[in-house]
Design a protein around this ligand. Structure first.
Ligand code: SAH
Ligand code: DHB
Ligand code: MG
Length: 217
């Protein structure tokens, strides 16, 4: 929409409309549903991407024909299952998680979704383990969804290790509404935006918390 109200921030959805479009476009089979509801059952924060954003990840990964993908921030494996299912034949996803309990739950959910043979859950701090994954690159897609004060570093890593045309996606690009604050996370997230715009054909999709999408030049 490009009317005056929507440019000023008016949104035309409400919970019932979101529920309808999620059901029509982004519904879950049992594997996805188990992973999506797992944080509430398994005493983890319920901070996984929404259903429509998970579906968007799938569509984007298919659009670029990705075979090798990296995810930073696994949680219970919901977005990992979305990403892995969208990979081309013979594809592989490396998803990085620093909390051992999260990694263990994610491995279980990924196995239950019957996609384990395509996914490696890598336990450790992303900045520490990314160098060891470089041998599997260059990559076709990188999804960033972990510690917000390091998005600038993750974005730079992605720019170095994605192929030309490769897909970058970053969740929480509005930083929970704090994007413009002069905090370390605000400054890092703004650097992420600005450096992504310089190295990628990029856009920030106004999902509830912003989703940066870019294609490497
Ligand atoms: N992508 C997931 C949600 C990730 S939530 C989904 O949508 O389903 C963010 C996750 O990042 C948490 O599990 C948190 O433990 C992990 N995390 C935070 N900092 C990290 C780091 N430095 N390295 C790896 N994982 C990290
Ligand atoms: C948090 C992290 C996320 O990636 C998210 O999408 C929502 C919340 C958090 O750390 O609180
Ligand atoms: Mg997130």
């Amino acid at each position: 929409m490009a009317d005056r109200d929507s440019r000023a921030g008016t949104r035309y959805y409400d919970p019932a409309i979101l529920d309808y479009v999620e059901k029509v476009h982004a519904s879950h089979d049992p594997g996805l549903e188990a992973a999506f509801t797992s944080p509430d059952r398994d005493r983890m924060p319920a901070i996984q991407v929404g259903k429509s954003e998970g579906r968007l990840l799938e569509v984007l990964v298919r659009m670029v024909g990705a075979r090798r993908a990296i995810e930073i921030g696994t949680l219970a494996g919901y977005s990992a299952i979305r990403l892995a299912r969208a990979l081309a034949d013979g594809g592989r996803l490396w998803t990085i998680e620093v909390v051992p309990e999260h990694a263990e739950v994610a491995r279980r959910n990924i196995a239950a979704a019957a996609i384990s043979e395509r996914v490696e859950v890598v336990l450790g701090d992303a900045m520490a383990v990314l160098p060891a994954l470089e041998q599997h690159g260059p990559f076709d897609a990188v999804f960033i969804d972990a510690d917000k004060e390091r998005y600038d570093q993750y974005g730079r890593w992605a720019a170095r290790h994605l192929r030309p045309g490769g897909l970058l996606v970053g969740d929480n690009a509005f930083l929970f509404g704090n994007l413009l604050q002069d905090t370390p996370a605000g400054q890092a997230m703004r650097r992420f935006h600005e450096e992504a715009a310089a190295a990628f054909d990029s856009v920030c999709v106004p999902t509830p918390d912003g989703l940066l999408v870019g294609l490497k030049r």
